[in-house]
Design a protein around this ligand. Structure first.
Ligand SMILES: [Zn+2]
Length: 236
């Protein structure tokens, strides 16, 4: 392999690392957003529960008022019983009181059952509120971690760019230009080894003349199929 190609191989290896690192770094803001979405979802569930609770509280209060009114009515009926002017009126009022009392017992049961449900709903709300709090602190922690990771990746990328520029210096300009055109199209794999007579970029079998060129160490050999720059992998 010519010195140019040796140097270009180093450049390609650095480009591949830069490409991977940049891809990783790009994921990080997305990850942060996902984490924050989880908190947002928990908050929404809590708000929903609070609304349901308010609604239920109002219903329970209505039911309680209904019961108080009904009880007052019974109290009034009892006063009327005391002032009954006839036996017939007395009996009719007594029947009415009994009927109303039975109705009130049913109302009482309803109020008690609603209050029990209300207690359960409050517990559920508290549980959701605790979930939100936990999610918030977890996300804050995770966010810090991810931001640190991002900074580290960015610093590493900057360092690799310097190394890459240094590594590119000895490469002949025309070869480097061709490589850079390719890397623009191919991402990180503009330069690939030929292993067992096949291009490792597109995995097509290489022509015998291409293999011969590679063995001769001709300056720039490209795959006839995908156009990537080839080198002989002497380890394979
Ligand atoms: Zn190829």
């Amino acid at each position: 392999m010519s010195d140019d190609l040796q140097a270009l191989k180093r450049v390609a290896a650095l480009d591949a690392r830069i490409f991977d690192l940049e891809e990783q770094a790009e994921q990080i803001p997305r990850q942060i957003k996902q984490e924050e979405q989880a908190v947002e979802d928990a908050r929404e569930r809590l708000e929903q529960k609070k609304l349901e609770l308010l609604d239920f509280q109002a219903k329970t209060e209505t039911k309680e008022r209904e019961l108080r009114d009904a009880e007052e009515k019974v109290t009034k009926l009892r006063q009327q019983v005391n002032q009954a002017s006839s036996n017939k009126e007395f009996q009719s009022l007594q029947r009415e009181i009994l009927a109303k009392e039975a109705e009130n017992t049913r109302l009482e049961d309803e109020v008690i059952s609603q209050m029990q449900t209300l207690d359960r709903e409050k517990e559920e709300r508290d549980r959701l509120a605790a979930q939100v709090e936990q999610a918030e602190s977890e996300v804050a922690e995770k966010r810090k971690e991810l931001e640190k990771e991002l900074k580290k990746a960015q610093a590493e990328v900057a360092e690799l760019h310097k190394k890459r520029d240094e590594a590119a210096k000895p490469v002949a300009r025309d070869i480097l230009a061709k490589y850079e055109r390719l890397i623009g199209r191919r991402g990180q794999t503009a330069m690939v080894p030929a292993v067992l007579g096949a291009c490792q970029g597109c995995f097509m079998k290489l022509r015998p003349e291409t293999m011969a060129q590679l063995r001769r160490g001709s300056d720039l050999v490209t795959c006839h199929s995908c156009g990537r720059i080839l080198y002989l992998d002497t380890n394979a």
